[in-house]
Design a protein around this ligand. Sequence first.
Ligand SMILES: Cc1ncc(COP(=O)(O)O)c(C=O)c1O
Length: 371
Amino acid sequence: MVDLKQQYQKIKPEIDTAVFNVIESCAFINGPQVQSLAANLAAYNGSKNVIPCANGTDALQIAMMALDLQPGDEVITPSFTYIATTEVIALLKLTPVFVDVDPKTFCIDPAAIEKAITPKTKAIVPVHLYGQAANMEEIMKIAAANNLHVIEDNAQAIGCDYYFSDGNTKKTGVIGTIGTTSFFPSKNLGGYGDGGAIMTDDVELANTLKMVANHGQSKRYYHDMVGCNSRLDTIQAAVLDVKLKYLDDYINARRSVADHYDAAFANHPKIKIPFRAAYSRHVFHQYTLILEGVDRNKLHDYLAEHNIPSMIYYPVPAHRQKMFAHFNSSQLELPVTDWLTERVISLPMHTEMDEQQLNFITTKVLDFLKP
Ligand SMILES: Cc1ncc(COP(=O)(O)O)c(C=O)c1O
């Protein structure tokens, strides 16, 4: 699905030097590259504070811990997402309230959020799925009207621009109370191992987030609250600081791949190409089609026979996972989530795809769909 080797080859001298410098300095933990990445990412995103951490799942957990949510508080989340979004809610003994997504954007449906709000609701976690932003303008209005925190799970959409109706533009991840992201290697900004970050404009909250991520420590060996240990190691920060300079190029390359796929599939009766919401600029972490009247498993196998990978993100939505059985969540009616779960398929999407590969993939998909 990705070609990290070729991407590395193109920036090898810079990466090798950056990694070598860390090894030379032996500042493996909290070396200066960690702060450099935080500052550069803050400048790129237009956020006041970026707190690097060990991975995108920790980023979500730390965000929820810093907001001082209490056991039993309800957190509204889409079910159609990677499990990490919902898992940390339950891990912290909060109650995940799964709601449906918009059939076009695949992101949380603001109308469904409104319906799910109760006196126990404390937060909303929109996920900018596959690189497409959730409808943040509506979500922020609902949050303000109901005094709710918003934690944006921006693991799949770093670098995505959001256009507000008043003419303002912001990056996703810096619109809500807190934004979180993942630097998993295949992400749009991926490290050479695990990594993540948390961002917020609120200085006081940023201090709490830093404390939570560092054993609740206010000063060395003084621990004011229960926290955890979640650090981005210096080698990852050094790699990411190099790759951040190329993030916009990477996004443009992904968008070109999406354009190519769109052109091939646009008018096919059995394929719905990814919708591009006018309020944002899709960064295509994934290129995901909706298939109608197609045996998806057979298509997957047919592509695999031709050495073309394809993936189902995600074959089981969160509300149908066993881990949430005690919330009786499988009884919920989330028709759009179930409908999408049965129909989506993601094709290879990365920064190094060439025309020949793309033509090969589109030809094979269209061949399979021929009556
Ligand atoms: C939407 C979403 N949230 C959270 C995560 C968790 O990130 P990580 O794998 O770095 O813990 C991921 C990535 O895998 C993701 O795609």
